[in-house]
Ligand binder design. Structure first.
Ligand SMILES: Cc1cc2nc3c(=O)[nH]c(=O)nc-3n(C[C@H](O)[C@H](O)[C@H](O)COP(=O)(O)O)c2cc1C
Length: 177
C-alpha cells in the first residue's frame, strides 16, 4: 500500500490546516497515512553560524526520514503575513541543508486554508511556485476559503462544489503515487 505523509504547516495546537490536512489525507482511499506534528521538530532558528558551529540539527534529519519513507506528501499551509509560518520555514531551512532535493521528486498535494475569503492563496502560491519548479513529479494545489463556514468537525467539507474540486486534486495526487 502507498504511504502518504501529511501535516499542517503550522505549530498551532488548534491548527485548522492540520485538521484540513488530516481530512484530505484520510479521504484518499487505499493509502496508508502518516500524520506529522511540526511541534515534534522544533529547533532553534536556523542560521549559517549555528550550522557552522554545531552542524545540521538532528531533528532536521529526522524530518527528512519521514519524507524519504513516504510515496507522496500532502501539506496544508498556514498563511502568516502572506508567507509560510515561521514553524514550517524553520524546519524547511534546516532540512534543506541536508541535500539538494527536499521532497525527492515525490508527488506533492499542496493545500491551504484560512478563516478568511482568500483561503491562504498567497502562501499556497509561494509553495506551488517553489515546489513545482523544483519537483519533477506532480504538484497539485487547492485552497479552501472561509474554513469555519465550509468545514465542519465530524463532517469535513460541507460545500459540495469545493469538495468536488478538492477531490479532483486528490485523485490526481493518488494517481501519481
Ligand atoms: C502571525 C499571523 C499572521 C497571519 N497572517 C495572515 C495572512 O497573511 N493571511 C491570512 O489569510 N491569515 C493570516 N493569519 C490568520 C491565519 O490564517 C489563521 O491564524 C489560521 O488559523 C492559521 O492557520 P492554522 O490554524 O493552521 O495555524 C495570520 C495569523 C497569525 C498568527
Amino acid at each position: 500500500m502507498k504511504r502518504v505523509l501529511a501535516f499542517g504547516a503550522s505549530s498551532s495546537k488548534a491548527s485548522i490546516n492540520r485538521k484540513f490536512a488530516i481530512y484530505a489525507a484520510n479521504a484518499i482511499e487505499n493509502v496508508e497515512v502518516e500524520i506529522l506534528d511540526l511541534n515534534d521538530f522544533e529547533m532553534p532558528i536556523f542560521s549559517v553560524d549555528r550550522e557552522n558551529e554545531n552542524g545540521i540539527h538532528p531533528l532536521a534529519y529526522k524530518f527528512k526520514e519521514h519524507i524519504k519513507a513516504a510515496d507522496g506528501i500532502l501539506i496544508s499551509f498556514a498563511e502568516h503575513n502572506a508567507a509560510y509560518s515561521a514553524a514550517y520555514k524553520n524546519i524547511y531551512d534546516w532540512a534543506s541543508r541536508i541535500e539538494k532535493s527536499f521532497f525527492y521528486d515525490k508527488p506533492l498535494c499542496l493545500l491551504a486554508t484560512s478563516p478568511g475569503a482568500r483561503g491562504g492563496a498567497r502562501v499556497l502560491d509561494i509553495a506551488f511556485n517553489a515546489y513545482s519548479f523544483a519537483n519533477k513529479n506532480l504538484v497539485t494545489k487547492f485552497s479552501l476559503p472561509s474554513f469555519s463556514q465550509n468545514f465542519k468537525e465530524g463532517e469535513g467539507l460541507v460545500n459540495s462544489e469545493l469538495k468536488d474540486a478538492l477531490f479532483t486534486e486528490l485523485e490526481k495526487f493518488k494517481a501519481a503515487l
